[in-house]
Design a binder for this molecule. Sequence first.
Ligand SMILES: *Cc1c(COP(=O)(O)O)cnc(C)c1O
Length: 369
Amino acid sequence: MRPWNFSAGPSVLPVDVLEQAAREMLDWHGSGMSVMEMSHRGKEFMQIRDEAEQDLRDLLQVPDDFAVLFMQGGAQAQNAIVPMNLLGLAGHNQADYVVSGSWSKKSFKEAQRYGDVRLAASSEASTEINQQTQAGFSWFPTPDTWEVRATSSYVHVCANETIGGVEFNDWPLLSVPLVVDVSSNILSRPIDFSKVDMAYAGAQKNAGPAGLTIVIVRKDLLGGASEYCPSAFNYDLVAKSQSMFNTPPTYPIYMAGLVFKWLKTQGGVAAMEQRNQQKSELLYRYLDSSDFYHNQVEPSVRSRMNIPFLLAKPELDALFLAEAEKAGLLQLKGHKSVGGMRASIYNALPLAAVEALVAFMKDFEAKHG
Ligand SMILES: *Cc1c(COP(=O)(O)O)cnc(C)c1O
């Protein structure tokens, strides 16, 4: 059996998908070509692209008045591409950002280079919630505290802070467009497109391999890109060319397309959400029952995808990781900015993986606690 892979990204892919890609590597559907060797404008790849878009639309119930774009540069390129495309919308070059962790802080900093970009709210400082002190970036600023200017072109938030392990999904209905970074929780739960006007994600966490960025954007937000926006990053031009303005990342689109088909066979996003709830609850329940391990995120905004935890004895971190690896549990090391451990439990990781992790953690606690 393959070991269980808890990487935060690039991360685990469904075995079925990897096996199918291996089978089709030399000859895709009798074409005599690998997908990597095909013209992006040929009928074979057009079919792959069209099916990937349609399957993604089906899975996320993307309304018809939204464009689905397949881009490159990852989520961090979007930190610049979003303002270059959207800042001018309301005519004041303004946007407001909610900062709830490392990723949204980066988005905010990058966007400030392009216009009058302000903080709508931040959880960087610690706060009191239910008589508990919550450390910085371990809670989420609720929408009623956001300071949104009526003249802003959009508000930017991160749905799931991959490093801090904070997830928020209860979006308000705002009077300005809401742009959401869903890099690490896309397809793990539904997205409410009656409140979200644009969602974007690097594919490499929960949707496929690195190299593809998925952008889902309401069509009436297109067409207002700044003069200096690179044409290849202009949403309107990318949308008008069916993501073929320049050569798209063909192989990652194919792989993501296989993941979308796999998700459909698994019961779609609703089934995934249920599974992810079950998986994360199992791990949180154990963490909360133990004095040896600790997750510090405010319970109502704990991520279902990325679960950071600390050992009571940090001097055992290296041993924990070495023994975990021996037990077939890979890539549990926490992000260097926060230390400790992190279990990323994306769609492709089944409940059995979390059960194996909890069993290992119990055993480790019994030996060293
Ligand atoms: C990983 C990640 C990013 C950065 O993605 P790149 O594709 O490496 O640029 C941004 N936001 C979130 C929420 C992430 O998890």
